[in-house]
Design a protein around this ligand. Structure first.
Ligand code: ATP
Ligand code: MG
Length: 138
């Protein structure tokens, strides 16, 4: 059993595909262990993506992430971190494999519908950033 953080980014919420995204997780053996919808401030988005602060796209990425509501989820299951990454597909939807969330729904390398933790340490930081222990139910 492993936990990972998933975010349906503002473009996913705007496109009205929250249900489609959650369905992919549930159909593939991931359980929603926590879920809430919030609007991130620019500084909350900056802190969340702090590892990217030197990248040229940091300003644009954090503008985008704070441009509307997002859905925050903890997903739980066997090999949840890698399974979620596999279901998401490559960062750039043009390079994402057929049948992945980003291939099917994303418009660009920035507006790419979902976020997923990229390792065990990141997952632990990211889950703790948004959820208290009491809010995670699997
Ligand atoms: P995420 O961390 O959101 O799950 P990822 O791990 O696939 O995505 P990262 O390299 O961590 O990709 O980049 C974080 C996010 O920054 C990407 O999901 C995307 O929204 C944005 N991003 C990444 N590369 C670029 C780029 N070259 N131009 C614009 N935005 C980018
Ligand atoms: Mg990443």
């Amino acid at each position: 059993m492993e936990r990972t953080l998933s975010i349906i980014k503002p473009d996913g919420v705007r496109k009205n595909i929250i249900g489609d995204v959650v369905k992919r997780f549930e159909k593939n053996g991931l359980k929603v262990a926590a879920m809430k919808m919030v609007s991130l401030s620019k500084s909350e988005a900056e802190c969340f993506y702090a590892v990217h602060r030197e990248r040229p796209f940091f300003g644009s990425l954090t503008e985008f992430m704070s441009s509307g509501p997002v859905v925050l989820m903890v997903l739980a299951g066997e090999n949840a971190i890698q399974k979620n990454r596999d279901l998401m597909g490559a960062t750039d939807p043009k390079k994402a494999a057929t049948g992945t969330i980003r291939k099917d729904f994303a418009d660009s390398i920035e507006s790419n519908i979902v976020h997923g933790s990229d390792g065990a340490e990141t997952a632990s930081f990211e889950i703790g950033y948004f959820f208290s222990g009491l809010e995670v139910l699997a």
